[in-house]
Design a binder for this molecule. Structure first.
Ligand SMILES: Nc1ncnc2c1ncn2[C@@H]1O[C@H](COP(=O)(O)OP(=O)(O)OP(=O)(O)O)[C@@H](O)[C@H]1O
Length: 259
């Protein structure tokens, strides 16, 4: 019997444009079968949460999506383009449409906030055209996270929550269509976590971005997710809304919700 629990019924939402699709993804490291036929679909404008235990392969999956790891087998398409078939230049262009908020904040310590935000602009000049004055871009991104006044500060002068918000602004500066969030609230206190979640929601509304959110934080998942996928034994073991999954009697699904 197929162990996968497709808890969510087919909804009208499934008619929406697909921005990211993963089919039958396999990846092993030696004997360690990390991804074992993983499937996932992200729709335009959606917030999809992927949850899995530590070491279940969430980061490996994200790295496959952005071409940092080659999967052994499987199909990945981003905005309708199969990434395996793309030449380096097209892959690079596609990557500029994907924002990535890393675990932690990963700001460059020796650069000011302004320089941190200018960095991706230099890397993706092609997408932006001939921008000579970066300041309006940097300010718009910082205003989205309420930190325009930190323009010339160093990361060390900011609190952990502010650093995470600057990292989010840096993710936004290229106006990505998809944002991948890897543990966006990890290491933050509950109030700061709530602020970050609120910003993520505002950004999605303002720019109609689609978000894939990897998190262990059940409160974050409850508030932000429209759908959740539970990654177990390298597969999409169960999927559905938070409310659907929380009512499941499947022991492996229940285990995610136990405090
Ligand atoms: N480059 C690599 N070489 C060998 N094994 C790897 C490599 N990258 C990941 N792994 C293995 O793949 C498995 C999944 O790792 P991954 O980092 O994706 O887990 P995760 O679900 O993101 O965990 P966490 O929640 O703790 O960040 C682990 O067993 C890890 O040791």
């Amino acid at each position: 019997m197929d162990a996968k629990k497709d808890i969510a019924p087919q909804t009208e939402k499934d008619q929406r444009e697909i921005v990211l699709e993963v089919k039958n993804l396999y990846k092993s490291f030696g004997e360690n079968k990390v991804l074992n036929g993983f499937n996932m679909t992200l729709y335009k404008g959606e917030n999809l949460v992927v949850m899995g235990k530590s070491g279940s392969g969430k980061s490996v999956m994200i790295k496959c999506l952005v071409g940092l790891i080659q999967p052994d087998k499987g199909y990945i398409s981003v905005m309708g383009k199969e990434i395996k078939l793309l030449e380096r230049e097209s892959l690079d262009a596609l990557r500029s449409d994907i924002g990535f908020l890393f675990q932690g904040s990963a700001l460059y310590d020796s650069m000011t906030v302004r320089e941190n935000l200018e960095f991706p602009m230099r890397r993706h000049k092609k997408k932006l055209g001939n921008v000579t004055d970066t300041e309006p871009w940097v300010l718009e991104a910082l205003e989205n996270v309420g930190l325009a006044h930190t323009l010339d500060l160093m990361p060390a002068e900011l609190s952990g929550g502010m650093q995470r918000r600057v990292a989010l602004a840096r993710t936004l500066i290229l106006k990505p269509k998809i944002i991948l969030y890897d543990e966006p609230t990890s290491g933050l206190d509950p109030i700061t976590s709530k602020e970050i979640i609120e910003l993520m929601r505002n950004i999605q509304k303002k720019y109609d971005t689609s978000s894939l959110i990897i998190t262990h934080d059940m409160d974050c998942a409850r508030v932000i997710s429209e759908r959740m996928v539970l990654l177990v034994n390298g597969t999409n073991y169960a999927q559905g809304t938070y409310n659907e999954l929380v009512q499941s009697k499947d022991p492996k699904v229940e285990a995610f919700f136990k405090k």
